[in-house]
Design a protein around this ligand. Structure first.
Ligand code: TMP
Length: 236
């Protein structure tokens, strides 16, 4: 499969057309942004780590019955995925308080929830991805009621699979963001990526942060954290 014209360039990835109208090639970059793009940098090796980790996790999820966009890894940074139209919602699942949840509700990080939570943000850079509820998403025509129900069910299933998987690697899956897409026949599939950019990972013994928060919060040790997660997943 060959890369043809570039269809899109985002903050962390580029998307290229292929000779197959139903498939595209995603190319992962080392570029990193945070705080709505205000903070910019690069994380050496991030592109290949996110590509390989995301592909591994998507295949794990497929085996557990979660439909994803994954087709084939081409090389360290590039993957063939099914072409989707992205549902403009960021779907966030939380198991432990952190980040914007802790800030919004004035609680400390690290509270373990009895049940995971779900929330949606409206993917719209001009509006800074505002928090939105499912009724608002329906009213705005971002997704149908059936699609929203499917997305909720799939997101919690992803959480169950990944929480257990990461705990076996001595990692707490604190929270994460998912995106979903529609195939041409309307089927909802998990899309985008699952990586240290889009998840919070804490070492289960020390609570050391092993994800992009080290970049967001200028903590240092960013590359080491990504490599440590890679080592735990692939034993490298
Ligand atoms: P938050 O606590 O800042 O709302 O983030 C929740 C989770 O979503 C966290 O694992 C990081 C991830 N996330 C993204 O992947 N992209 C984003 O733009 C934001 C704000 C968060």
């Amino acid at each position: 499969m060959n890369k043809m014209n570039q269809l899109y360039e985002g903050k962390a990835k580029k998307v290229f057309a292929t000779e197959d109208a139903e498939k595209v090639i995603v190319s992962y970059k080392d570029d990193a942004t945070a705080l709505d793009g205000l903070k910019k940098g690069t994380i050496a090796g991030k592109g290949s780590i996110n590509n390989r980790m995301s592909n591994y996790l998507m295949q794990l999820l497929e085996k557990q019955g979660v439909k994803t966009h994954f087709v084939e890894e081409l090389n360290d940074n590039e993957t063939v995925v099914k072409k989707v139209s992205i549902v403009p919602l960021e779907v966030i699942i939380r198991n432990i308080s952190a980040g914007s949840f802790a800030k919004r509700y004035g609680v400390e990080e690290g509270i373990v929830f009895e049940k995971p939570t779900i929330e949606f943000s409206y993917k719209n850079d001009d509006l800074h991805d505002p928090l939105i509820n499912s009724y608002h998403a329906l009213a705005l025509g971002l997704a149908t009621e059936e699609e929203i129900n499917t997305i909720k069910t799939m997101a919690f299933k992803v959480n169950e699979v990944l929480k257990e998987y990461f705990l076996n690697l001595n990692v707490k899956l604190v929270d994460f963001k998912l995106e979903f897409g529609r195939l041409t026949d309307g089927t909802i599939v998990l899309a985008d990526e699952i990586s240290p950019d889009t998840c919070r990972f804490w070492d289960a013994d020390t609570n050391e942060k092993l994800d992009k928060d080290r970049f967001r919060r200028d903590m240092g040790g960013v590359e080491d954290a990504y490599q440590e997660m890679m080592r735990r997943v692939f034993g490298e």
